[in-house]
Design a protein around this ligand. Structure first.
Ligand code: ADP
Ligand code: GN1
Ligand code: MG
Length: 364
């Protein structure tokens, strides 16, 4: 539900913004929150205004508390390294005039963060940029690795827990709420065929062989801001930064960045893994992440790409079977189209598994 300009102005008046507001327009391609770009009357971008989807992020205090801790922690690390231009290298959220981390208007929850000038994000990426993105996501995990256990809450409990996602999927299949099961039975079978082999992380965790780390958990290509020279400025979209399994942050980038097609491509011939992107992202990621990864984690990195692609296939199909209750959709079959595209990518990743494992030998 979009608001009138007067309503947005009323929301923005709760935050310490200077100057006169010009335009307020939708921005980005997110599937969950509503993101708006706000300019001043000189047409300079001032800030990003977001309506938090509180059906999904039910604990907004925890959510904004996490983001506050993460951005402060990263800022301190950058200061200690003597970095320059820090305001473009970490997000700055503005507290409201009465000192809160968000504003509740009686209906929705709003937050404002400063716009990072001369920055851009990409939906598709080159090998050069993906090397930089890999370094940035590895460094992001590295900078947060010393946050004390329990510092961050799980904003969405079991967010990347594959056993839990399969349980939700099976409940959806059982209920068949939108009466769509017949149409997707083949895909359901393909998911069940792979189910056990996709829950390795949870098993290794129970056996004490894998620990949890602080992850970004949404390392899509468009969640990184680059400067005009192709250098990474900043990792953004921090809603899902939380403790979890390490494969999330390489896996989701492979799923989005190394896909030659789009996440929702209807032309499945376009959807396959781009090995150059996989290799350059992994090289970049290993440059910063090898400092903390265990040999087991390193050996599992290509599996991470398959896992996150499988998980997204399961999540899109679950939502389609449920009647589209979670992701924003642009057409009635959007979640089914997304499912098919993700499944095609998964098959391509499976075909390249041995080649990817072989590539990891350099670090093992
Ligand atoms: P969503 O949940 O909608 O994906 P994001 O926080 O990822 O929300 O923002 C959507 C897009 O807006 C990003 O891909 C990026 O291009 C742009 N963006 C977000 N925050 C900023 C910022 N602080 N400065 C500049 N651009 C931003
Ligand atoms: C959602 O908000 P956005 O579009 O960056 C989702 C991710 C999915 C992604 C699929 C909180 O991310 O987990 O991987 O869509 N975020 C949440 O594109 O569910
Ligand atoms: Mg985003």
């Amino acid at each position: 539900m979009s608001k009138t300009k007067e309503q947005y102005l009323e929301i923005l008046s709760r935050f310490p913004l200077e100057g006169t507001i010009g335009t307020i327009e939708p921005f980005g391609n997110g599937h969950i929150n509503d993101t708006l770009k706000v300019t001043n009357n000189a047409n300079e971008t001032l800030c990003i205004l977001q309506r938090i989807n509180h059906q999904i992020f039910t604990n907004v205090d925890m959510l904004q508390g996490n983001i506050n801790k993460v951005t402060k922690h990263i800022r301190k690390k950058l200061e200690a390294r003597g970095e320059k231009d820090i305001d473009r290298k970490v997000l700055t959220f503005l507290p409201t005039l009465d000192g809160q981390l968000y504003y509740f208007d009686g209906e929705s929850y709003w937050r404002v963060c400063l716009f990072i000038p001369r920055s851009r994000s990409f939906e598709e990426i080159t090998p050069e940029l993906s090397f930089e993105a890999g370094k940035a996501f590895g460094d992001f995990q590295f900078m947060l690795a010393d946050l004390p256990e329990g510092a961050l809450g799980e904003t969405i409990p079991n967010f990347h827990n594959m056993e839990f996602r399969l349980q939700q999927f099976r409940e959806a299949v059982q209920a068949n709420a939108a009466n769509r099961l017949n149409e997707v039975q083949d895909l359901v079978n393909e998911i069940e065929k792979r189910a056990k082999s996709m829950c390795i992380q949870e098993e290794l965790y129970r056996e004490g062989k894998l620990t949890k780390r602080t992850n970004h958990c949404d390392t899509k290509v468009n969640n990184i801001l680059f400067d005009e020279n192709g250098k990474v400025l900043c990792v953004i979209d921090l809603d899902t930064v939380m403790p979890g399994f390490v494969l999330s942050d390489i896996g989701d980038f492979i799923r989005t960045g190394a896909n030659a097609g789009a996440e929702d491509d209807e032309n499945l011939d376009r959807v396959f893994v781009n090995m150059d992107i996989f290799k350059s992202y992994t090289r970049g990621y290993m440059e910063t992440a090898k400092a903390f990864l265990s040999p087991l984690e390193i050996s599992l990195l290509p599996y991470g790409g398959r896992l996150l692609t499988y998980m997204q296939t399961v999540r899109f199909l679950t939502d389609y079977i449920n009647g589209d209750t979670y992701y924003k959709i642009k057409s009635p079959k959007h979640n089914l189209i997304r499912t098919k595209a993700q499944f095609k990518l998964l098959q391509s990743l499976e075909e390249h598994a041995a080649e990817m494992d072989n590539f990891m030998k350099e670090w093992l």
